[in-house]
Design a protein around this ligand. Structure first.
Ligand code: NDP
Length: 289
């Protein structure tokens, strides 16, 4: 049997480290790092995410500035709020919770965020900095996956990695991060032919697809390390629902060296990395090492 990678435990330690860093920052800068979170509308999942981000921020000793706007907010009003947050010295990081209502151009809004405050790492500037090896902010979910992989495997150089999924927020930045670590990277997607054979060659598998338990145990190379980003709600035996990943966890555990569970794997790392990025943004803005 493989090991379960305890993302929840790792994330708790990271959050505790960030909280210590926040104390030191406050002593040096005379203020707490600040994160502004903008929510437009009342999408239930987004509301839950924003609430947990606020709670995590406060627990880490940071300032959390919440901006809840009605669903019919005009794009121009949202853009002017982003402009104000860009200019606000108390705000180190800006996060606009996606998805935005249909009448708002998501790309335009994300691009309005100052790259130095882009703690979600979603702007084209941040993606470009990652791709060209410059300092910038890396999207929180792939950053969390990388931390778990390095904690488990140490040096990743020379390992073959297959990432299933090519989204801008997970798959592509994950590929860039693993390339930076000198892995041999393959990005698979819905048009990939014979996906099981592609996955079978990988020392590292990152599944970010959004299809419940798609990756089967017999797709995996024995001894592989498997990071399951997927969050899928499926019917449970008791008539309720349960969360599963993109990987068949029970099957994977029989073949792989280590697997992240869902829940309790990558999910908790995302918020912990948001706090980590916000502290980094604050330090950079105040020139604190
Ligand atoms: P997207 O829907 O944006 O991307 C999914 C990717 O999977 C696409 O590139 C798509 O390929 C590929 N894909 C779809 N079907 C197949 C298939 N049959 N075979 C191979 N590839 C396929 O999703 P996200 O990247 O935003 O999210 C992926 C998953 O991760 C979701 O379950 C999401 O809920 C979860 N997630 C979890 C987070 C966390 O904090 N743990 C954070 C963000 C996301 P193509 O490009 O060809 O369409």
């Amino acid at each position: 049997m493989g090991d379960i990678i305890d993302g929840k435990g790792f994330a708790a330690n990271l959050r505790a480290d960030v909280a210590k860093g926040v104390d030191t920052f406050r002593a040096q800068a005379g203020r707490a790092p600040g994160l502004a979170v903008v929510l437009v509308g009342e999408d239930p999942a987004s509301t839950v995410y924003v609430r947990s981000k606020h709670k995590a921020c406060v627990e880490a000793g940071m300032e959390s500035f919440e901006h809840r706007l009605p669903a019919d907010t005009a794009e121009g009003d949202l853009l002017s709020l982003i402009g104000q947050l860009n200019a606000d010295p108390a705000v180190d990081g800006i996060l606009v919770q996606l998805p935005l209502p249909r009448h708002i151009d998501e790309l335009k809004v994300i691009e309005a965020i100052d790259p130095d405050k882009d703690v979600d790492g979603f702007t084209i500037g941040s993606a470009g900095r990652l791709a060209t090896g410059q300092d910038g902010f890396v999207a929180c979910t792939p950053l969390g996956c990388l931390m778990l992989l390095k904690d488990r495997l140490g040096d990743l150089s020379g390992k073959s990695a297959v990432i299933i999924g090519r989204s801008n927020i997970v798959g592509k930045p994950m590929a860039m991060l693993l390339l930076r670590e000198s892995c041999t990277v393959t990005i698979a997607h819905s048009r990939t032919q014979d996906l099981p054979a592609v996955v079978r060659g990988a020392d590292i598998v990152v599944a970010a697809v959004g299809r419940p338990e798609m990756v089967r145990g017999d797709w995996l190379k024995p001894g592989a390390t498997v990071i399951d980003v997927g969050i899928n709600r499926v019917p449970a035996d008791d008539g309720k629902t349960r969360l599963v990943g993109d990987v068949d966890f029970a099957e994977a555990m029989k073949v792989a060296a280590a697997v992240t569970p869902v829940p309790g794997g990558v999910g908790p790392m995302t918020i912990a990395c948001l706090l980590h990025n916000t502290l980094t943004a604050a330090r950079r803005r105040e020139n604190i090492g």
